[in-house]
Design a protein around this ligand. Structure first.
Ligand SMILES: C[S@@+](CC[C@H](N)C(=O)[O-])C[C@H]1O[C@@H](n2cnc3c(N)ncnc32)[C@H](O)[C@@H]1O
Length: 254
């Protein structure tokens, strides 16, 4: 994939094939498990989960494997959904192709929890982010939570184990294109272009969509050891992750 000023076209099958090769070990240490915990997937009253922008569906599948949940996995990319329906298929995951920002396949208040991992940075228009947040609020039941996971916008230019967002020394403004590098499992680097949104934007979006309580987490290696066990962070030489949280998790409760 070429780095250019145009945001990456996520509906292309080339992008889907490349993204599925991202070495997301850090995501499984400092990202997704904190999403599952924030959404209380282990609770008996959480049985229907929305994964907005599910991509290849590996996170949706893991949620269904580890918890008693039926997952609605939704994405705008037919190529991503093909991977989700084949390589990462699971009987409790149903895939849905989205057109625009609507979740027409879900009635009001029909899911107990929702997550959107590394998706809002793919959306260049704030209006569209507002529409997505409002739509998630519509389909969540009262008391349900929405977790938004993204690379930490406060840490642009920092080289983490398998990614870097933005360039060192560049001050990005909300809604501007930002180059991103992802390290693949074969050690090649992928270049994509995201949109820079600061942490405040995620808070504002959830408040504006009428989430009553909004908070954030910045998981560290110590947090991962507490959540996943003392040995969770061993097995890899972490570098910037030792000092700097790579991800920002913003959670809203309806
Ligand atoms: C970086 S991938 C992340 C995939 C997955 N959530 C994960 O954590 O591995 C971003 C995904 O968001 C999807 N996406 C981008 N814009 C979207 C939108 N407006 N609505 C739904 N999905 C969107 C893309 O097609 C892509 O599959």
């Amino acid at each position: 994939m070429d780095a250019s000023r145009e945001p990456t076209a996520w509906t292309s099958s080339e992008v889907a094939d490349d993204f599925v090769r991202w070495d997301d070990t850090v995501g499984w240490l400092l990202g997704y498990p904190f999403v599952f915990a924030a959404l209380r997937l282990e609770q008996p009253d959480v049985t229907a989960l929305l994964d907005l922008g599910c991509g290849p569906g590996h996170v949706a599948r893991r949620a269904a494997e580890e918890h008693d949940v039926d997952v609605h996995a939704a994405d705008i990319s037919p190529a991503m959904l093909t991977i989700a329906r084949t390589r990462y298929r699971h009987p409790r995951v149903t895939c849905h192709l989205m057109t625009g920002s609507k979740l027409a396949f879900l009635p009001d208040a029909s899911v107990d929890a929702a997550m959107s991992c590394f998706v809002f940075v793919c959306v260049p228009e704030r209006r569209q982010l507002q529409d997505l947040a409002a739509e998630v609020h519509r389909v969540l039941r009262p008391g349900g939570r929405f977790a938004l996971l993204n690379a930490h916008p406060g840490h642009t230019g920092v080289v983490f184990d398998s990614f870097r967002i933005g360039l060192p020394g560049v001050d990005y403004r909300p809604g501007t294109p930002m180059p991103v590098r992802l390290r693949r499992t074969d050690d090649e680097w992928l270049d994509i272009v995201d949109t820079y949104w600061p942490g405040e934007t995620y808070h504002e979006l959830l408040h504006d969509a009428d989430f009553t309580r909004v908070w954030q987490e910045e998981p560290t290696l110590d947090d991962a050891r507490r959540l996943l066990g003392a040995g969770a962070a061993s097995g890899r030489e972490w570098t910037a992750e030792r000092e700097t949280p790579p991800f920002l998790l913003v959670v809203g409760e309806k």
